[in-house]
Design a protein around this ligand. Sequence first.
Ligand code: ATP
Length: 609
Amino acid sequence: MNIKEYDDHVSMRDIINSIKMVPKTLALIKNVNRKSFYIIIFLSLLMGIAPIITLFGSQNLLNSIGFKDINIIVWALIFYISANVFSEIISSFTEYYQSKFQTLINYKLNLKVMEKCTKLPLEHFENAEVYDKLQRVQNETPYKPFEVFVSILSTISAIVTLFSSVMILINWKPWVLTILIIIPVIFSFYFFKIGQREFNVNWLRAPEKRKSWYLSYLMTRDNTFKEVKLYNLSGYILNQFKEINKKFVRQDIKLFKRRTVFTFIFEIVEQICINIVLVIVILSALAGEILVGTVVALIQALNLISNNSRKILNTIHSLYQNNLYINQFFEFMELSEEKIYIEDKHSLRIENIENIKIKNLTFSYPTNPKVVLKNINLEISKGERIAIVGPNGSGKSTLIKLLLKLYIHENDSIYYNGISINDLDTSQLRKKIGVLFQDFVKYEMKLRENVGFGDITRIENDRELKQTLEKAHVDFISDLNTQLGLWFVDGVQLSGGQWQKVAIARALFRDASLYILDEPSSALDPLSEKEIIDMFMNMTKDKIGIFISHRLTTAKLADKIVVMNEGELIGIGTHHELLNNNDIYRRMYELETLQNEVEYGYLSEGASL
Ligand SMILES: Nc1ncnc2c1ncn2[C@@H]1O[C@H](COP(=O)(O)OP(=O)(O)OP(=O)(O)O)[C@@H](O)[C@H]1O
């Protein structure tokens, strides 16, 4: 079914398409818990019959009074009371099973969305459209499928009741039915139209809803709160938040108004028809054609027909609307997954990374036509430690992400041990790589988890965790079970550099054959930086080590330095080789040395004071 974003015209085909979605939705819900699913359907059928049994009970009871026989009256009373008790029992059971099932559906479908998220490639998370889709699905999934199910159940009960009530009326005057049924059918098209409009409004809201969420995030998180306070941004952000949400409120009120007016017109027309039939019932009673009990039964049947035809109309309307939402869920679940989950079963595996070869690598991000890497050629072998240097935006981190197979690059340009990265089992390859990302995660969890996530299988191995912490110079906390960060109770906040050391420990905790550190020293003091790089060089003696650095005094410790500029690899060699034959490198180094001298001069000036 195609989602119409702006047009709220509803054709018969749309309605049929929407009804065609019902089996798919039911299958989705049934898989959550088959037993509850069938019990609820059975209870709904009983719920549909219950009003008719009660109606018969009251008709019998009233008519029995005319016979003046105590036995008949007692039996009629027993039947009447039993019918009411039966009705109460069924409704309590239905309530219990529905609440239980709703909880299960919420849990299982949210889990499905989360599981799907874990399988999506990185590029989907850098795409605003996918984010919007995710936002819609996350907002609606907890309750929409259950609403569809409830709509279907109500329709089943209502149809059963309607059918039985119709039987009562058919016995009396069949032509009366035409009036009572034609009205809801005519109105149903308008209800669909309203449903489509409400859906469209919500559909178009997703990007702004996400913005609204982001604004509230800025106002309420510790890491953003400081700047918001300092730059006095509260008013500005709050205004944007208000603007977006005021617009939502205006739209919602407009929709409520439309719906209320329309429902009101429908109810008035319907009431007029019902009252005409009522007059006919009274006239028949006055003419002595029917008994008092039958008059009551006919009036009740009329009410049941009126209520249930309205109910069917409402539920079909919400069914249609909810199906549009559920279609989003199915579309989201069909998003392409990371290759790792669909093709890797037949991929090749390597035990250790001995050699990396990059051949004519050219790359653009899927969301950006700009060529970010241009014809890169590079070879690194076991035992080599490489530093990558270059100005901001020159493509250093992109190169690392491609080495980790975070983007699918169709051309065979990267080889591990002579095998194209595209033919390698992704998860097995990633197990061989320990990485510190430039924007590493500060897990608001225990120290054990922050480091142990490097190799989850050894998260309980205290001895190895402590050895790694020592290597990464994490000497400021000793208890592995210390909660880090301030989001949860008893948390200990770390400084920027301390968090970075913990993240380095996480990368090193992995028993890898390739270690990559993307700007490991960005938050470290010079002494810590020296210690970390020395340790890294030592640790990667018989492995492959790559680190990105903006400090050439650090980079020069590497065996080889790779210089990048505007997506190109413009130089490779030792520090001295590059000083002699690479103008950009030499200039960068001179500038850094000059800055150091200024700093040094300043410091010695200060020292002499
Ligand atoms: N996810 C992305 N989607 C689209 N473009 C991106 C993405 N990430 C980076 N870019 C673009 O790719 C180019 C290279 O970015 P990259 O992060 O690789 O540079 P870098 O050399 O690591 O920079 P820095 O030294 O500032 O960390 C930049 O022009 C950037 O705008």
